[in-house]
Design a protein around this ligand. Structure first.
Ligand code: NAP
Length: 277
């Protein structure tokens, strides 16, 4: 069994970007908008700021009160869309209930949508056109490629169909010539399907849900889950047992999580290039 080391690949990606950015006279700028005081969001925004500082991006963290109106947030995004200094805009989820997350995400101009979540960018992904792609799915595919794990012709089973992870992954794997099955909470006989996977991706948010008897021998297992329990992080996969029968597996932490940050870093530079043309 080989552990897919997302932390190591992230560092390599950041170092490459840092080198490229050091040669730019005008630096790319990432703006992260956070609404309210969700503690997990605080951690994620901090990680993004650290990444930006390391590479040499300009970074702005706009923190807004939780009672802000949707209209005010949309006006702010319009301003950032028009600001030539800004390369990428990211609205940290979750948003408070008075705000429609989809409306807000779609207000970000597609060329600055470093999260790859606007309808325009997800549509381009469906049509396999080059675009800004959602960071976690892209990180998974890049990690597989780094370890020369072929995707073409493989049966990929994705458990979870969120807009953030599962849905973009379907298209990304299809675009890489995989045969894709997607499962969710209403799927019958889940384990009869997960057992067929050459590559099993689990993104459900349920601590150690996938047990060894749900996985085929020598499968590649990608664990997207981040579940906090007593200040410790757990994946959606029972790592200690599943790792014994898999050929490759991602750890939690240290697998998909760092790759998500690395892909965001790549998207900021990509957006910068798109916006300067
Ligand atoms: P989400 O929006 O809550 O979606 C969860 C998906 O899992 C839904 O499609 C749901 O099905 C499905 N699901 C839930 N329980 C299931 C079960 N028992 N059997 C089969 N399917 C089930 O979650 P998300 O945003 O995709 O995130 C999933 C996990 O990944 C979370 O732990 C999150 O923290 C983590 N995550 C990690 C990263 C990273 O960088 N590593 C990035 C994003 C998310 P329905 O659609 O039927 O409800």
């Amino acid at each position: 069994m080989i552990i897919l080391d997302g932390k190591k690949l992230k560092q390599e990606i950041l170092d490459e970007l840092k080198e490229e950015v050091s040669n730019l006279l005008i630096k790319p700028k990432l703006v992260v908008i956070q609404v309210g005081d969700d503690p997990a969001s605080d951690v994620y925004v901090k990680q993004k700021g650290k990444m930006a500082e390391y590479i040499g991006y300009n970074f702005e963290h706009i923190k807004l009160p939780s009672d802000i109106l949707e209209e005010e947030l949309l006006t702010l995004i319009d301003k950032l869309n028009d600001d030539k200094e800004v390369s990428g805009i990211l609205v940290q989820m979750p948003l408070p209930s008075q705000i429609n997350a989809k409306t807000v995400q779609n207000r970000v101009i597609a060329s600055k949508d470093v999260d790859g979540l606007t309808d325009i960018n997800t549509g381009k992904l469906v049509h396999n056109n080059d675009t800004l792609i959602s960071c976690t799915p892209m990180g998974i595919v890049d990690l597989l490629k780094e370890y020369n794990i072929s995707i073409k012709g493989k049966h990929v089973v994705i458990v979870g169909r969120s807009d953030l992870v599962g849905k973009p992954l379907i298209n990304l794997f299809l675009n890489n010539d995989a045969t894709v099955t997607v499962c969710h909470s209403k799927t019958n006989n889940l384990e009869s399907i997960t057992k067929l996977a050459d590559i099993l991706v689990v993104a459900i948010g349920n601590k150690e849900f996938v047990k060894a008897d749900m996985v085929k021998d020598n499968a590649v297992v990608i664990d997207v889950g981040i579940n906090r329990d007593n200040n410790k992080l757990y994946g959606d996969v029972d790592f200690s047992n599943v790792s014994k029968k898999s050929s490759y597996i991602t750890p939690v932490p240290g697998g998909v999580g760092p790759m998500t940050v690395a892909e965001l870093a790549k998207n900021v530079l990509k957006a910068y290039k798109i916006n300067r043309h």
